[in-house]
Design a protein around this ligand. Structure first.
Ligand SMILES: [Fe+2]
Length: 255
């Protein structure tokens, strides 16, 4: 299937699943990830030969989410299946990548496979690396957007599942703050509160968004400041540490 045919194939595929809230969320997420990927590629002067592939990888990165939810009624990979691998399997089962040269197929599959890993495997070929970073950045940018919307609509107090059931007004954990201050990614084992959950996202600003265009988009969208304001309102006694972490993230985005 050509890159130009993937969008309508994806939309038709998604429409074969029940039009329930969780499926619609993933459909809309995918559309926004594609839009993010296009914006990143435009900002990065991506090579022409990779643009179509980048868009295709973005369309397919969460393809397996619909079957995952249909079968297990959850998006938690921990208690179901690795949805990135399920997405690769589904793209292959549908035969959408069959008529491509192997290097193109591999680059698309690699980007799907790696989009939810904490770190990329070492020594990926350049095209696979470029697409893997593209989808990871585009996905993270939409994770920002989803939380922005939840903050804006005051959705969070009644939906702790969004932040893994953590206490919404718990204090930031010193270990998480220390990781952020060192410029490291946050160890998920140290997460104890919603503030820590937000600090994972702030840590992406510092090394977790690969492309300069992705960092620029995060800065333009005010992602750090949205989180700063919300954390200040939740945790007025922790304003200094919130500001310190947010300042680090802003400085990283502006580099
Ligand atoms: Fe995903």
């Amino acid at each position: 299937m050509k890159d130009s045919e993937i969008a309508s194939a994806f939309e038709a595929y998604a429409a074969t699943f029940p039009a329930e809230e969780m499926n619609i969320l993933k459909l809309e997420h995918t559309r926004r990830v594609v839009a993010n990927a296009k914006a990143i590629m435009a900002g990065e002067a991506f090579p022409d030969r990779l643009r179509g592939l980048g868009e295709t990888a973005a369309w397919l990165h969460d393809l397996g989410r619909f079957r995952q939810y249909g079968q297990y009624r959850t998006f938690s990979d921990r208690v179901s299946v690795n949805h990135a691998l399920l997405s690769c399997g589904e793209a292959l089962r549908l035969g959408w990548l069959d008529d491509r040269p192997a290097p193109e197929r591999n680059a698309i599959l690699r980007a799907i496979e790696c989009h939810n890993l904490r770190d990329l495997p070492p020594h990926l070929p350049p095209d696979e690396l470029a697409l893997a970073h593209l989808v990871r950045d585009a996905d993270k940018l939409d994770i920002y957007t989803v939380l922005d919307h939840a903050i804006e609509t005051d959705y969070l107090p009644s939906h702790p599942d969004v932040y893994w059931g953590l206490p919404l007004d718990g204090p930031p954990s010193p270990k998480v703050v220390a990781s952020l201050e060192r410029g490291d990614s946050v160890d998920y084992a140290d997460i104890q509160s919603f503030a820590d959950f937000v600090f994972i996202q702030l840590a992406w600003c510092n090394g977790g968004l690969y492309y300069a265009a992705s960092r620029r988009l995060a800065l333009e969208r005010g992602e750090v400041d949205i989180r700063r304001r919300y954390l200040h309102s939740l945790l007025p006694a922790h304003g200094a540490v919130i500001d310190r972490c947010c300042d680090i993230a802003t400085a990283a985005l502006a580099r």
